[in-house]
Design a protein around this ligand. Sequence first.
Ligand code: UDX
Length: 469
Amino acid sequence: MEDDKGCRGHVLLVPYPSQGHINPMLQFSKRLASKGLKATFATTVFIFNSMKADTSPLVGLDTISDGYDSGGFAEAESIHTYITRLEAAGSKTLSDLIVKYQSTDHPVDCIVYDSILPWALDVAKEFGLVGAPFFTQACAVNYIYYLVHHGHLRVPVESLPVCMPGLPPLELRDMPSFIYVAGSYPAYFEMVLHQFLNTDKADWVLVNTFYELEAEVVDTMSKLCPVSTIGPTIPSMYLDKRVEDDIEYGLNLFTLDKSTLITDWLRSKPPSSVVYVSFGSLSSLGRIQMEELAWGLKQSGFQFLWVVRASEEDKVPKHMLKLEADDGADHDEKSEKSLIVNWCPQLEVLSNEAIGCFFTHCGWNSTVEALSVGVPMVGMPQWTDQTTDAKLIQDVWEVGVRVRVDEDGVVRRGEIEGCIREVMDSERGKEMRRNARKWKALGREAMIEGGSSDKNIDAFVSKIKNRRA
Ligand code: UDX
């Protein structure tokens, strides 16, 4: 690795301030730094102050402001207010940051920004810099939003199924939730459509996927904008060593439960015997749904490791679980078979051989992480891109099943139990596991030297390095 002075080219990376957006961009920053660029990760003041771990020594840290330095998003009246203030304060402080680096040995050459912050491209262009949106979600999902933004797909959808290159026919429930439930979360819907407001000015369009996973959609989108697939942004993929060695260089916004407790517990379990359950950093299940989930997990008869964020904990049925004061975790009362934690090192857990399946909300990071370590899934999507991800998981990559929702909007315990059994213990489940291993190998190939994503990253790095030559 070249030292700071030897670095040619400085990239400032600006994530959207939430866990699911920070994780992939931080990994991408590390990748750029490992290839000799100077990478500075500029998150909001509030996120910076909330960090629960150091980032990689490879990556510099700096801040911009979202206008809510002491409380972040939670302080805002609404998502609309937050986004408006983030744009105003963010544009100003990002400009200040660029000016600050102008008088150093490392003036900024390029801004890589989360695609839901399109104003960052305007700032980059004002300073004559290279600008590249970073899309955290599947290329298929981006393509759907692109079509809506440009008026090629009308919402509400008039004719079903929707047919697109590289995808099976999509019913309404397979579309991103903002389309599926027309009129829901208008501010979020506008935010994802606005990703394409100014992409015509972007020098690169970076997408956290890999070519082999979404080849036809990537080819289609590449005709519309300069798409470059750079994923999966998974540490072990490019460092070519076990995830555990790198995991500490994450940036957690939640307090990790004792890692040794989880690891020790997993170590005591046979291979492929445990169901890992997590709904990511944002999703919140209703009380009835939580109860159904708890019973479904229990009825499946498999041991489970369930992440329940502290804010959700009071919804876990008390009669099933008791608090173990000693280690801060909850154990299944009767059999001591299962474990509930508030937050865990997910990649480390997923890559443990005890994990047999991932019961997931199908957030894109969780999906890519499971594919990258070869774990099949039960998908219980909640909103946003997760509904489409669930369709891809089940019908395109064939690495999992999607739960069926009752007419009253709840996924019942019998359905949860049945889906877990299918993935953990059926012929079809074995096929899913084989497919998951295939995607794991393809994902790794994409990221190792000479792979499709690695070549794209090299091309990007080379352009930035030679910008001033
Ligand atoms: C959100 C959206 O919901 C998601 O659909 C979108 O693609 C990105 O933004 P989130 O809901 O948090 O993200 O889900 P996901 O994309 O899966 O990201 C969660 C991240 O948190 C993953 O990287 C996962 O490894 C990490 N995680 C989760 C932990 O490190 N520990 C945990 O205990 C749970």
